[in-house]
Design a protein around this ligand. Structure first.
Ligand SMILES: [Zn+2]
Length: 427
């Protein structure tokens, strides 16, 4: 685990440093080969797999994407950030065409270069849940405004409700917007309905059930256009009015909060008004899209190779969660698992070559018509039926592809019981 971390957190960023400029050179195999050699060394170090194990199989099982695909994905994210900071020109050739060539990304985002702003004229209160037992759900002689955001069926909306202002507003945001943006924009929307001359001597309480939104408005830095604009509106209003933002727990069924919630739900199916049409996609969503695309391309490459027959059955796609479980094992166990998952272990022809066996039939069941193969051992070998039943819950497995649904821990238990794999460490 630590070597995996050292490689992904330190070595790989150093390897790909400045990729925004040199990513086109990764289309040349000679350059790519050098980088992949380094990744392969790290993978052998992490896994203790046999040196004959294919790089592609190690990449997939250890969740380390091919470096050319990763570099292009990182370059796209950097170019996008630079574009939003007005520091990027998209060209038709060379490194500057990354956004048009490699990424299905939006024409505008919610990103702004980080802004530091110490001005805070409004107050933010985040009471604990137990504090709420003693707090009034509505302040008397004050203007109470309840705000909420909602996302239903991949559509985002917001709602604002105030009994004192006789205000009920629903609005919809473009579908790429997050519920967090809707929460923040609902707070901003609340300020636009305050009349500075009428409410001058009255306390304004804006309730939101999003701690994340309130904390973001309380922070001194931001790289989100939505947060920055909301802060500006709040500060502007707070020059004339006393504005207080309060967190309200969503589950308390506070009437105002419930009405705002319902308005936000209605907002998700409303028409998008022109002033909300330009709210950009959050940078986190852009990065998520890039990451999903990276995995799609990596999986496509993995599934299109003609070798690694066993590994492609036992580990058909990149699987971050399964890799994490695998990496929690000791290096010796990772090696055992890798040997079984890839079929690169000392059985069958490998064993004969190394003098561990002088025939190609199974050494366990000794049936001369049963070839000693990874599929036979893991799935069918009758000599291991009981061990299979004790660990995997079934006497036999239908085929090698069934291994992808077996938990890492159970598979490891079975492998240890067979005693084939415990011995199958690097020679
Ligand atoms: Zn057998």
């Amino acid at each position: 685990m630590i070597v995996h971390w050292l490689y992904t957190a330190i070595v790989r960023p150093i390897l790909l440093y400045g990729n925004i400029v040199w990513w086109p050179s990764l289309d040349k195999n000679c350059n790519l080969r050098i980088l992949h050699k380094i990744q392969r060394s790290a993978e052998l170090c992490i896994s203790g797999a046999l040196r004959t194990t294919a790089t592609e199989a190690l990449n997939t099982i250890l969740d380390l994407q091919p470096l050319d695909l990763l570099a292009k994905s990182w370059a796209s994210a950097t170019a996008l950030r630079l574009r939003e900071a007005a520091a990027w020109t998209t060209g038709s050739t060379g490194h500057s065409n990354i956004l048009s060539k490699h990424s299905p990304l939006p024409l505008y985002t919610d990103y702004v270069p980080p802004i530091v702003d110490f001005e805070r004229r409004y107050k933010i209160y985040i009471p604990t849940r137990s504090d709420w037992d003693n707090l009034p759900h509505q302040f008397v002689s004050a203007v109470n405004i309840y705000t909420d955001g909602s996302r239903l069926n991949s559509q985002t909306g917001g709602g604002v409700f105030s009994p004192e202002l006789d205000l009920k507003v629903s609005f919809r945001l473009p579908d790429h917007c997050s519920v967090f943006q809707a929460e923040v924009i609902a707070i901003q929307e609340a300020t636009t309905h305050l009349n500075t001359s009428v409410h001058q001597d009255i306390d304004i309480f804006i309730f939101s059930d999003s701690q994340a939104a309130l904390r973001a408005l309380d922070s001194y830095t931001t790289s989100s256009k939505t947060i920055s604009e909301c802060r500006k509106s709040l500060n502007e209003m707070a020059t004339h009015l006393s504005i207080n933002l309060i967190w309200v727990p969503g589950h308390l069924n506070i009437e105002g909060n419930c009405i705002a919630d319902e308005l936000a739900r209605q907002g998700t199916t409303a028409d998008i008004l022109r002033d909300k049409d330009t709210v950009g996609m959050p940078m986190a969503t852009c990065k998520l899209h890039l990451r999903q695309r990276l995995y799609t391309l990596s999986n496509n490459r993995w599934n299109s190779i003609s070798t690694c027959h066993n590994s492609r059955l036992t580990w058909p796609n990149y699987n971050t969660k399964r890799t994490k479980t695998l990496l929690q094992c000791s290096r010796e166990n990772i090696s055992t698992l890798l040997n079984a998952l890839t079929g690169h272990c000392l059985i069958g022809t490998h064993a004969i070559r190394l003098g561990l066996s002088n025939h190609d039939f199974c050494r366990s069941c000794k049936q001369i018509d049963e070839e000693e193969s990874i599929e036979h051992l893991l799935c069918f070998c009758p000599a291991h039926n009981l061990k299979r039943f004790q660990t995997l819950g079934s006497y036999t497995l239908p085929n090698l592809a069934a291994i992808q649904d077996v938990s890492i821990q159970k598979l490891l238990c079975f492998l240890r019981k067979t005693e084939y794999f415990a011995k199958a460490d690097n020679p």
